[in-house]
Each structure stands twice: as C-alpha cells, then as structure tokens.
Design a protein around this ligand. Structure first.
Ligand SMILES: *[C@@H]1O[C@H](CO)[C@@H](O)[C@H](O)[C@H]1NC(C)=O
Ligand SMILES: *[C@@H]1O[C@H](CO)[C@@H](O)[C@H](O)[C@H]1NC(C)=O
Ligand SMILES: *[C@@H]1O[C@H](CO)[C@@H](O)[C@H](O)[C@H]1NC(C)=O
Ligand SMILES: *[C@@H]1O[C@H](CO)[C@@H](O)[C@H](O)[C@H]1NC(C)=O
Ligand SMILES: *[C@@H]1O[C@H](CO)[C@@H](O)[C@H](O)[C@H]1NC(C)=O
Ligand SMILES: [Cu+2]
Length: 554
C-alpha cells in the first residue's frame, strides 16, 4: 500500500482518454463491433451511462446525503462501490435460453458512513427511481462498524496524519536520514510510507506505516528503501484531524507517541542511527544495468497474426473457432467471463477472479512482523486496474478494449483505456503429435498440430504488485487460467548485524529485507457441463486381488 497521491495522478491521466477498440498496425482485419452504451448485454457490468445515472440518483433524488470527491470528510457519507448487482442465474438463463422476461438491471452500491458500511440496491437502470437497503445476513450479528471500514478509503487522511506526525520529528528525520523529511518542499529528499492492512484491536482501528525514502529518479520504486522508523496510526475517531501516532518505532525502540520519542531523543536517552545516503548508489530492478547482452542491436522474436485475426468481437462477446464467451469487468473483483460455449454448448456459466490475497511475515519490525494477511479486495481489485501496453503486455497484433468503472477516489466514472486485450498466439509446444517410429531410421506415419490458442488478458496493478491474468482457450476445448506476478516486493528495514538465519525473508541490500510472503488467487468457476445439474464425484482407488490365467508368469 502506498500513498494515494501517486494513484490519483495516474487516474487523472487515464481519465482523459476515451475510445473503443484500439487497432494495431498489423496486417489483416479484425471484426470488432463496439458495444452499444444504450443496450448493455445481460452480463455486462455497468455502462458509463448507468454509473452516471446512479450517481445522479444518489446525489439528487435518494435523500442519502452523499458527499463526492476530495471535499468529503471522514465523517461524511461517501460512495465506495457502484457496480452491477449480480442477476440471479435462474433469471438470466430463463431469458437467454427460454426467451423469458429480460431481468431488470440494478446496481449494488456500498456507502461508507460515519457509523459504518451500508449497502443498497438501486434501480432500475439507467435512470434509477428506488433504493433498498440490504440487510446484513443472519450470521453476521452486527453490521460493519466505522472501525471495520476498508482503510484504502482513508488514504488521504492517513497521509495527512503521517505528515503531521512527521513534522514533529523533523530534527530526528534530518539527523537520521540525511535531511529527508515529510515537508511539502522536501525536493529530492522526501519521505513516504507504505502500509499493509489496518487492524482492529480492543476497539481501536490501527495501521502500521513503514517509512520509506523516495529515491529520485523514480524509475523503479520506493518500496526498496525502508528506514528504521514506523508509525502506528490510530484511525479510531471519525474526525481524522484527531488521528495520531499511537506508537512510534525508531531504531529498534518503542515509544508511546511522537512527542515521547522526541523528548527522549532530545535529552539523549535514545539510541540514534544515521543512515547514509549515496545518491549514485540507487538500486532498482527497473533500471537497466550493465550493457546489452547482444553485440548487434536486434529485436527479439514476436508473434502476430499472419493472415489477419481469426476471432471477432461483438460488444463484449468473443467468437473464436469453436469458442464463444462474454467478458466484463467488475469494480470489486475485476475480470469476469460469462456464458463460455464450446461448439455451441455452454460449458461454463461464470469464470472470474474473486479474491487475491497475500500473507506476509517479516523479521523484527512491527510493520513486518504484524503484517499478516492482506486481501486485495479491500482496495477493490477492479479499481486496481492497469492499462495494457501494446507490444509489451500483449503481443503485436492484439486487440484492446476499454472499460468504464466507478472510482471511489474521484467519486466518478472513469474510462480505462486498454483494460483488456485479446490475441491469438502459438504456444511453443504442439497440441498433439505422434511419430510412428519404425526403428530403422524411418517411420510409419507422423501427425502433429501446432497449439494455437486465444487469450483474453487483463492486468491488475495492486500498489506494488502487477498480476497478469490470462484466460486461454485451446483448440481441444480446454480452458486455461494463468496468473503471473511482477512488480516490487515490500521491504522492511533490517539491521546489518542480524544473522542471516534469523532473517524471515531475503536480504536485497545492506539494510533491506524483502519479507517472506505468499500470493493466493481465488477464481470462481461455475461449470455447466451437459446442463446446470452438475454433480461431483470422488473416485477412491482400492486394491483388489485378481487371478490371472497365466501360470508362473509364462
Ligand atoms: C443535482 O441537482 C442540482 C440542482 O438541481 C444540479 O445542479 C446538479 O447538476 C444535479 N446533479 C446531477 C449529477 O445531475
Ligand atoms: C486511539 O484513539 C481513540 C479515539 O480517538 C482513543 O480512545 C484510543 O485510546 C486511542 N488508542 C491508542 C492505542 O492510543
Ligand atoms: C528524557 O526525557 C524522558 C521524557 O521526558 C524521561 O522519561 C527520561 O527519563 C529522560 N532521560 C534523561 C536521561 O534525562
Ligand atoms: C556512492 O556509490 C557509488 C556507486 O556505488 C560509489 O562509486 C561511490 O564511491 C559511493 N560514494 C560514497 C561517498 O560512498
Ligand atoms: C436438475 O435438477 C432438478 C432438481 O433436482 C430437477 O428438477 C431437474 O429436472 C434437473 N434437470 C435436468 C435437465 O436433469
Ligand atoms: Cu510477491
């Protein structure tokens, strides 16, 4: 997790672009029909028009007193989620398979208020006239209180609190970290922080912030420059101006407040540290190191359609060889596929990401050792989008698709260019083959089939991480899902004298420890093979004696 300021500047950049499929400079046509904003398909998430309709209703007709944008205070009611309310599968199938009534499109809206999180159904779309509060399920005894609210909503207030606390420590910061500080005019000596997750402890809403150096130039990342300073932000009050540091950890010592730390620092009862900073010794995986490996500058191989694309896209519906499916993008969970058919038979009703989680363990710092499990859905997977870069994220010849989504940071709908890409590629291995060897240097027959497949790709950039998610459709009816992780690891400060066997993580630089962690990706797959009545069977293997006709092995 990192200061939201960075995220917002990207959003603004992206928000200004609009358009549909981006074509590429490759030979051949691609049959793409843009989707009609006025006629979204039954599976499609909210269109721009529908998000605007819900926003207008919330602001002007609902009486819910929502506040929009940066002006909103923590105690105000703000909009966290506006997405399509899932339509029940029965109703969808009744409409698409049995010509039944088209279900009403409604939205699911989550508001963050000073008393907690509340959820509403707002409809009908695109011009809502009603809202219904959704009651909590019976198993949940209480609603989600203020202290339970997702901390990414409060990123600005957290940043302000840290800056406020940081100012009180200016002398310590300058002496310990070569003049780096949290001031607005910090120039090229600025501090920032990352945070992993908030936790509620004895009714208090708390978050450890790990102080980092911003290292110019920002090619690469701040994540790898942790300092021996961490701040426990107390976010319990509904008035963020009263948020403060409930604990401060400095160079291995704990203090109850910034004032406490500073009083002890000034009278000399604190063990100090002075971290040197060498501007030319900047380490980052995103910087080119050394000279190129090839003697002649030649480009690597590429993959592109030889005779034009073999798929077509109508709105959000893709057709490729025997395949047909629909894709959409949801604010809370990101990419979703529906109605996946092979040879005109539906085999999957829905396939989607539901959660991406991380479990962290560090060594000795409070942030690292208390990190625990972080759920990406808390900052909304769909809002952690990443436009795809043609030729890098997807091969030459891919088709790109934009999508609109509600941004809780800006309280408005934004259009994300190149959110999805589609391309056909050739895997390096054959799909099937046989060489019927006659063992005399010849063969009876050979047959082989190259493995061409269609890929629908989307990349989730959740703060420091980038998850490339691919849905792959093979010629033999197999569907593959593939996720790969890139980006930066989160790091904590480590003393150079900690023995290597005591480190829970990998040492990347003298005082930099990349914490041990695991990534877990949770997909939903609703398979409908030969109808909707699926069954599940487990086959256990048992040993039973069998008498063979052969005698003594003859
Ligand atoms: C809500 O109503 C006000 C005043 O009637 C109007 O200025 C504003 O544009 C409306 N908001 C939206 C989102 O339509
Ligand atoms: C956090 O703040 C709340 C309310 O402002 C206060 O009651 C509580 O004592 C604080 N907790 C800690 C650990 O300082
Ligand atoms: C320094 O100040 C702190 C806080 O006022 C106090 O607890 C501590 O005893 C002082 N130490 C010395 C060496 O004066
Ligand atoms: C700073 O780092 C560079 C590159 O590693 C090195 O050549 C130089 O000697 C360092 N300067 C100091 C003052 O340590
Ligand atoms: C599926 O199961 C339901 C409930 O058991 C049953 O009523 C229905 O006839 C079944 N449908 C098919 C196609 O087997
Ligand atoms: Cu990782």
């Amino acid at each position: 997790m990192i200061k939201l300021v960075i995220l917002v500047s990207c959003l603004l950049l992206l928000g200004s672009r609009e358009g549909k499929a981006v074509t590429c400079p490759c030979p051949g046509d691609v049959d793409i029909k843009p989707s009609d904003e006025n006629k979204p398909s039954i599976f499609q998430d909210l269109t721009k028009l529908e998000i605007d309709g819900v926003l207008k209703y919330l602001q002007n007709d609902s009486g819910l007193d929502v506040k929009l944008g940066h002006g909103a205070k923590i105690s105000d009611t703000i909009i966290y989620v506006i997405e399509k309310k899932p339509t029940s599968k029965d109703k969808v199938l009744n409409h698409i398979d049995r010509d039944g009534r088209r279900p009403v499109r409604e939205s699911r809206v989550v508001l963050a208020t000073s008393s907690g999180m509340t959820e509403y159904t707002i409809g009908p779309l695109p011009k809502p006239t009603y809202h219904r509060k959704i009651e909590y399920p019976k198993w949940r005894k209480t609603g989600l209180k203020f202290t339970d609210r997702p901390f990414p909503i409060d990123s600005f207030a957290i940043a302000k609190t840290i800056q406020r606390e940081g100012r009180k420590m200016k002398q310590l910061l300058h002496e310990s970290f070569n003049g780096f500080d949290f001031e607005d005019d910090c120039g090229n000596k600025c501090l920032t922080y990352d945070d992993l997750r908030s936790k509620v402890f004895q009714g208090n809403r708390l978050l450890w912030a790990n102080v980092l150096r911003v290292v110019p130039p920002l090619i690469g990342s701040i994540y790898g420059y942790p300092l021996p300073l961490q701040i426990l932000v107390n976010m319990t009050s509904t008035d963020s101006d009263s948020w403060n540091a409930a604990k401060v950890w400095y160079n291995g010592q704990h203090f109850d407040s910034t004032d406490d730390l500073m009083a002890n620092y000034i009278n000399g009862s604190v063990s100090k540290i002075a971290m040197s900073y060498n501007e030319t010794d900047v380490y980052s995986s995103m910087r080119r190191r050394g000279t190129g490996k090839t003697r002649i500058a030649k480009r690597g191989p590429d993959c592109f359609p030889q005779d034009g694309r073999r798929y077509s896209v109508d709105g959000h519906r893709v057709k490729y060889m025997g395949w047909e499916f629909e894709f959409t993008y949801r604010q809370t969970t990101g990419p979703q596929l529906f109605d996946i058919q092979f040879k005109k038979e539906r085999i999957v009703y829905e396939m989607s990401i539901q959660e991406i989680l991380l479990s962290y363990t560090g060594t000795t710092t409070p942030y690292g050792s208390q990190a625990g499990v972080f759920f990406d859905s808390e900052s909304l997977i769909g809002n952690s989008f990443s436009p795809l870069s043609p030729g890098v994220d997807c091969p030459k010849g891919a088709s790109y698709f934009d999508s609109s989504i509600f941004s809780y940071v800006l309280s408005k709908n934004i259009v994300i260019p190149n959110l999805f890409c589609i391309f056909e590629y050739r895997d390096d291995q054959v799909l099937k083959r046989h060489y019927d060897n006659d063992f005399g240097g010849g063969y009876e027959f050979y047959s082989g089939m190259p493995n061409n497949a269609l890929v629908l790709r989307n990349i989730i950039s959740s703060y420091n991480y980038d998850y490339t998610i691919s849905f792959i459709f093979y010629q033999n009816g197999v569907i593959g899902t593939k996720v790969s992780a890139s980006g930066y690891v989160l790091c904590e400060f480590t003393h150079h004298n900690v023995p290597i066997e005591d480190l829970i993580g990998f040492k990347l630089h003298e005082n930099v420890l990349s914490m041990f962690h695991q990534h877990l990706f949770n997909f939903k797959v609703d398979m409908d093979i030969l109808g909707e009545n699926n069954s599940h069977e487990t086959l256990a293997i048992k040993v039973r004696p069998v008498t063979h006709d052969v005698v003594n092995g003859i």
